[in-house]
Design a protein around this ligand. Structure first.
Ligand code: NIG
Ligand code: FE
Length: 419
């Protein structure tokens, strides 16, 4: 018998969600590689083998053994787009929207993102960390084992760096792994109103170099993102920022086509961005571009739902073009305060037309590729990190069907039971 740390056996289904030498693209999305009556062997925080229970129980002697009869096992959810960390809430703006104001009107009047910016600028680093720790605990309870977090509520050097430092501390303080993104071009702060090009110059000459220094000091991957949107940063400004960011060693992401299709997605593909996110009003030419490039399209169905809008990411067209689609929450205090990838799967099935198998693969393997970690997480294949969920159901098809409840029973992170 081979000695290992953990054996989970007798699962009704194990959803392996295999790599396709990369993400699952186009009409091949939704390959779950299901093993029935399955077992997972784990050692040193990594998956050793997945197979039939009868075989693995005969082969491995494990220190910890979990009987998962009647349960389904999936990879931990990867949430590749949130706006953690923030401070406070904007429930008042939700009330304004219920009264008829639009998100962009509230933003233009100095609320919206700017309101959270004021909160974050005033908060101390410790307060910022303390405000966000419970959010990460809630993510973990809902099955998210890796999450992307970003700046963008500082919009000046000290506050942007404070957000990076908060993310760093949050990553160290609890089990959910954090991927770091720098988003100093999330909005034009009020003190720069009417001077967007000058703010872009400030981002390029002051903020990006400060972010690059932080990246070198901490020796981690740092993404740079831009909110490419009508009334925020146009395609030319986005191109200037991202081109400089790439020169400084950042990997790239773009917020594109949330309210208007400006061409941000096509730019993302052209610049070799890791992901293009939101993609609601995406023009046909940009959808075609996604099929030609390596940029992952990240759909965020919680956002139109949170804003009570009718249009969602055109997933079927993206898949028909051969694109790679991932899902994320967009967890933020303005448009969608939702930390549950299960809710996102439920929305994607109803409003983006995905099958449950497609949604699950988009929330795990493809989501891992959307943060550049597809080789390490997102599937239950030998050698990958043992980030595993045991669900309170034997069949993955309960995941999108049911909603408003938490179907995660047990969370394993790097081979250890953490929730
Ligand atoms: O992705 N679009 C820009 N940013 C966020 C909203 C952030 C906020 O409103 O605080 C989004 O929806
Ligand atoms: Fe966002």
């Amino acid at each position: 018998m081979q000695e290992i740390d953990l054996l989970i056996h007798s699962a009704g289904q194990i959803c392996v969600v295999p790599n396709h030498d990369g993400p699952q693209r186009g009409d091949r999305l939704g390959d779950l590689g299901i093993v029935e009556d399955g077992a997972v062997a784990v050692s040193d925080g990594k998956i050793v083998e997945v197979g039939k229970s009868i075989d693995l129980r005969a082969k491995y002697a494990a220190e910890t053994i979990i009987d998962a009869s009647g349960h389904c096992i999936t990879p931990g959810f990867v949430d590749p787009h949130t706006h953690l960390p923030w401070f406070g809430d904007r429930a008042n703006e939700f009330e304004m929207r219920l009264g008829g104001a639009t998100y962009m009107e509230i933003m233009a009047a100095g609320g919206g993102i700017m309101s959270t910016v004021r909160n974050v600028r005033q908060a101390g680093l410790e307060e910022l960390v303390a405000d966000n720790l419970p959010r990460l605990a809630s993510l973990l309870r809902h099955g998210t084992t890796s999450v992307e977090a970003k700046t963008g509520y500082g919009l000046e050097k000290a506050a942007e760096l404070k957000q990076l430092d908060a993310m760093w501390q949050l990553n160290q303080a609890q089990p959910v792994e954090v991927t770091f993104t720098f988003l100093p071009a999330h909005a034009v702060p009020v003190e720069w109103h009417g001077r967007t090009d000058e703010y872009v110059n400030y981002v390029i000459t002051e903020l990006l170099p400060a972010g690059a220094d932080w990246m070198q000091k901490h020796n981690v991957t740092l993404f740079c993102d831009v909110f490419c949107e009508a009334g925020v940063f146009d395609v030319a400004q986005t191109r200037r920022i991202l081109t400089r960011a790439a020169e400084l060693g950042f990997r790239l992401k773009v917020h594109a086509d949330e309210f208007e299709g400006l061409g941000g997605t096509k730019l993302a593909v052209e610049l070799g961005a890791t992901s293009a996110d939101h993609l609601v009003k995406t023009p046909d030419a940009d959808i075609a571009a996604l099929g030609q490039g390596d940029t992952i399209a990240v759909g965020l169905p919680g956002t139109p739902f949170g804003l009570a809008e009718r249009e969602y990411t055109p997933a079927k067209a993206i898949l028909a073009a051969g694109g790679a689609l991932a899902l994320a929450t967009d967890f933020n205090p303005g448009t969608t305060w939702n930390e549950s990838m299960q809710m996102v799967i439920a929305l994607a099935c109803r409003y983006m037309g995905l099958t449950q198998a497609q949604a699950l693969a988009a929330a795990t393997l493809n989501a891992a590729y959307a943060i550049g970690r597809g080789d390490e997480i997102g599937s239950l294949e030998p050698g990958k990190q043992a980030d595993i969920l045991i669900l309170d159901t034997a069949d993955y098809r309960q995941l999108g069907y049911r909603y408003g409840t938490n179907l995660v029973q047990t969370v394993v992170k790097k081979g250890r039971v953490v929730g």
